[in-house]
Design a binder for this molecule. Sequence first.
Ligand code: Q9C
Ligand code: ZN
Length: 407
Amino acid sequence: MDGLGRTQLPSRAIVQRVVRAVLERKYAHLFDEATIAAVVDSFTDDPVLLRPPRYLRRVVETAPVQRSSNDKGIALIVNEGHEIHHVRDRGYVEAPVRIPVILREIDKTGLFKHSPSRRTPDALLERVHDPAYVDYLKRACALLPEHKSIYPVIFPLHNRGRPPRDIELQVGYYCSDTFTPLHRNVYAAARGAVDCAVTGAERLFEGHRLAYALVRPPGHHAERRVFGGFCYFNAAAVAAEYLSRYGRVAVLDIDYHHGNGTQDIFYRRADVLTVSIHGAPPTVYPHFAGFADEIGEAEGVGFNLNLPLPEHITVERYRKALATALRRIRKYQPAHLIVCLGLDTAKADPIGTWTLQANDFSACGHAIGALGLPTLVVQEGGYRTRTLGINARHFFEGLWAGHQPRP
Ligand code: Q9C
Ligand code: ZN
């Protein structure tokens, strides 16, 4: 048992509920109700006593990375207060604990310089998201009572021009799926993530060559006027919009899922190149986007590159796709790079099927760092909390090393 810092022993009732939930939800195909009841009843202690752990995790000490004296390190902006966004529904793997597990590992490197976020003006947010969408999220969240979540019940596939009055019925106007809810704190949490990403972009003009917005909720599935896929505001896209004032921007999305939101937002633009490596649709979420023939529209033709890969691939195949992505970015010669860092490409991720391990993440970071571009990394997915932090740390150790000027 991982008590997440709590030392109190669990009560019999709690343990029985947990065990029942695990057996019913994950192993119902193996056990009938009588067997489950027998296992549940077999707990007699109250509180339940724990034996000392037998299989201790190997503790690998990491030496702080050498850093040259005139460099300020990687700017780190954490979405403080993110935990007000906590969806407890079954299968909602986008949990608050993702942030501390990453933070604990990356802080070991001595590479990161923490700083607070600044408020992003509404005007910048509304260059990326439809003002009516921003306004809806703000109003709907403010109206919802504490502890109430709402999901769309109907989607207006036709006649979008006549929205229902009722704010709950309107969810279907702005949401693409049935598992990403709205609740009171969504707006504030997602707005906080935007502030962190834009602050990270600003740090690239303040002596940092690398910045990391460690945020949740994620954002890359959020389109101009649609939320879904655990995402509400597309923080990376708002940062890209901000940076686009200072020259061409490339967005490299390495989350396991296609960055459909970012693609949608910049689909008709040539001044922001969007590149995504992901599990191929239609099998993989978001199912309706991410195909290789989606290349952009109008001005934007040739400035969206999708690199869909099968559900089961070798790491070598992944490396080749990454090399293709990086070649396209080099050719584009951007002034800035944004990386949408999804760690759900990792081995044993609960919603991914690929098998990247820590050393693969260092190699990936190294290759991206070798572009030598001022780079903002924005956290997206990644749900296996046991390895999430270690994989993030390896990514940044590689990114840092790859970014160093070669002698
Ligand atoms: N219960 C990100 O990684 N999977 N989003 C469907 C249905 C949702 C992933 C599960 C995948 C969304 C940011
Ligand atoms: Zn993902």
